[in-house]
Design a protein around this ligand. Sequence first.
Ligand code: SF4
Length: 281
Amino acid sequence: MNNYLTHWSLTRRKVFANCARRFAISYIKNNSAQFPHKRRNKWRSPWDLMIQSTREVFFQWLSDLHKNTIWTNKTIYSNIRFKIITNLYTFNATKGADFERLRNQLTNQGYLRFKKLLRQDLIRRIIGGKIKEWSFHKRINPVKFGHLEVYCSPDIVFKLGKKWNLVRLNFQSERNQPYHDLELCTMLLWSRGNQYLPNLDNKFNVFGIYYHMGKWQQKHISPTQQLLQETKQLLEKDVHNMNLLLSDFNLTGDYDSLPLATSKRYCKRCPYKKKCPVNYN
Ligand code: SF4
């Protein structure tokens, strides 16, 4: 019998919304011979690795900026290149490809994305010293919210005047984001759990900086109690639906019986596309 699912993260939410089979293989613990846990996530698509690598390098850059160390363009480029090469090997994404060409293409794409991000107003103000009180955070520790564990920390937090500003960076956003506001407001739960920040909702601004169609865009929200309430309901509902899927899965123990993605595009980057029934339909 599987345990009740209690974790919520944006990544889980997106996978769940796109494909039940992929979600179950990724997050439901099971003694399946088909997908033993130790063999999971061994492959990632080169495109996803470019996004992941660029994000990782951006955090290294932020860490150095925080210590007043500024990178040259050459350092940015070579760090992205190195990270991409390492990740391509780590996640077995080199097979069957013209490696040199792939590496150069991905590095150029990551570099361009990185440089465009540095031109975003908020980031420019941090670089230029106009925003002095700031910190960055990695989304590795969950926050307790009732019976749930929620991965919701902001990527950057800064203070301007009396307001705290919570920023989430999304290096590749989806075309449709019907719950974008609520997803961004999950950062408020992190701030309530964080002892260093005040827990009054009207003292916050929430920002989403996201890459879409070749451009970085910015969304600003002034959160209200109503939004915070709806955000909590979203989390509860998501995890409830994930547990309904878990119950369905427990009936058969068969991943292939679960609903599949409707977008072929999504399947292209899926680590579990080999032997997936979607290929036989
Ligand atoms: S290949 Fe597509 S349908 Fe199959 S598990 Fe992956 S995302 Fe789902």
